[in-house]
Structure formats: C-alpha cells, structure tokens
Design a protein around this ligand. Sequence first.
Ligand code: COA
Ligand code: ZN
Length: 318
Amino acid sequence: MTSRRPAGWPARATIVEVGLRDGLQAERVTLPTATKLDLAQRLLAAGLRHLEVTSFVSPRAVPQLADAAELLATLPRRSGVEYSALVPNAKGAERAIAARVDAMVVFLSASESHNRKNLNRPIDQSLADVAEVMRIADTAGIPVHAAISVCFGCPFEGEVPLSQVLRIAEELAMLGIGHLSIADTTGMATPPLVRERVEALRARLPGVRLALHFHNTRGLGLCNVMAGLDCGIDRFESSIGGMGGCPFAPGATGNICTEDLVFLLEECGVETGIDLEALIEAAKAAEAAVGHPLPGQVMKAGPRLRLHPLEAVRTAAG
Ligand code: COA
Ligand code: ZN
C-alpha cells in the first residue's frame, strides 16, 4: 500500500536519536555509563543507526554527560552506525577525537541571548569557535555537522528573524558544513513557520542537507514534522520516550518522541527501518532508568492494532 504516502513526502526518512544527549542532559539524575550503554544497545537493536550519544562540553555546565569518553569507549562499533556528539570548541574537538566519535556536531543559537546562555559568548565568537573545530576535525578526518538552536523563536527575545537564521546558516555553509539541523529548542515552531524557514533555507543553500529538530513543548511537535515532510525533509531528530529539554532555556520540555515519530512515519508509508515494538521496549527501559513517567504516547498505547482480551475490561452493564 504505497498510495497512503502524501504527495511530495520522501519514501524513506532517517531518524537521529538524540535521547542519550538532549534527553539525559535535562534529567535531574546522572545515569551510570552502563545504563546509557544498555539504552544505546536497545536503540541499535530496534534499528536506529544514527545516535547522538553525548556532548564534549564543560562537565560543570552539563554534569550528566561528563562520562562522554567512557561511554564512547564502551559503545559497540558497527559499520553503518554513526555515533555523533556535540562539540562547542577546540577543547571539545580534541576530547571527541580522542574518544573516536564518528561525527562532531557544532552548535550555536540563532539569538544572541540564547547563545550567551548556552555557550557563554556572542554568536560571532561561536562562529570563530566552529571554524576552529572544523580545522581540527578536518585534520583528524572526522565529519562535522552543525545545529542552530532557537530557529523558530527565542524564550528570551521572542521572534527570531528569518534573516538571522539565514545569516548563520550561510556562514556555516561557507565554513564547509554540509549537514545542518534546524532546531526548535523550546517548542516555538508552528507549521507555517516551518514551511517558511525550510523553503527559505532550501532556496538559499541548495547544497546543504537539512534536518529538523523539534520539541513538543506546545504539543505541535509531530504537526511540525508533517510540515517538514510536506517540504520534502527526510531527516528528523527525536528522543526515546520523549525525554529532553535544554537546561539553558526556561520551560524547555521533551523532544518529539522517537516511537511516536516512527509510528507516524510508518503509518504514512515513509520507511524508517525501525522496529516499533523493539523501540517501545527501549522507551520503557529509558523510563525505568530515569525513574519518572516519560511523555511518549505509543509506548503506553502500543501499536495501532495491539488487541486486548475481551475479559480484560469490565462490561458497562447498567
Ligand atoms: N570540555 C571540557 N571542559 C571544557 C570545555 C570542553 N569542551 N570547554 C571549556 N572547558 C573548561 C575549560 O578547560 C575551563 O576549565 P578550568 O576552569 O578548569 O580551566 C572551563 O571549562 C572554562 O573554559 P572557557 O573556555 O572559559 O568556557 P566558558 O566558561 O566560557 O564556557 C562552554 C563555554 C562552551 C565550555 C560552556 O558554555 C558549555 O559547555 N556549554 C555547553 C552547553 C550545552 O551543552 N548546552 C546544551 C546543548 S543545546
Ligand atoms: Zn533539543
């Protein structure tokens, strides 16, 4: 049944699982490295091939991810599996190379205020840091992707002008970035904004591959994914169970949930290569690990055709 896929949508989409990074950085508890490894193995078993597993940032800023090197040393290496990690500066790049990451992700914000909160410097200084990271990564032969935070609105400044997103994206492209993630850090994106920004970025930077990174803070996460699919985007970042949130943005809540995203895509005829039942088990393991309910919905309800025995529910006899 291929006809169920809406016109213009990609036949296949890549999911980048960011739960081990974006998810765990927002958790109160710091998980042991062995628990992170167990979650990674479950995600791999479910079919995920792109995992953003940690950050090489200041361990004082994000203590939950201070075991970045230890985690990368224990993760199983397989061909076709990419472990990426956030890298803010030269020191992070050196640590990431020593830990043998498959790809570095440089990041900065589309608003000055969020960039200062998140990276403790102005945007132009962060662009200089990105250039330095790229020089170091290039020497080591490691690919560098980029992410721009708060592309659809800033919790400190409000509207973020499209021109500002385009300027930063262009600077990154000039530095040689080929993969760019457009992030909605605090759930301020809406479908019309997604269409506007994706179309403008596509027109300005036709050679750059775009990914979309949404948070479900205002309940529009998957609606925004659908707007992205309408524009032909085929790479999305999501978090197992819907864990997540930026510690340096007020009110930030979970990423869009990986199981819910896979459910949407597969039901709409977009292939993901991911086993939903295995993913649901991974989400339950993540929930047990963090010790509180996660917002994912398919992990609670199960796949669409999960049946229940008649005798499991009482009959509403009057
Ligand atoms: N890894 C480990 N330590 C680092 C580091 C890195 N990548 N970068 C800097 N540091 C250490 C320095 O060695 C220094 O340590 P010392 O005081 O013991 O000598 C200290 O951090 C301060 O260094 P400085 O370069 O002045 O950094 P800063 O205080 O201006 O902070 C960042 C800048 C980028 C390190 C910090 O803001 C950060 O880690 N931000 C990441 C935030 C994040 O991950 N947000 C979530 C993702 S959206
Ligand atoms: Zn995020």
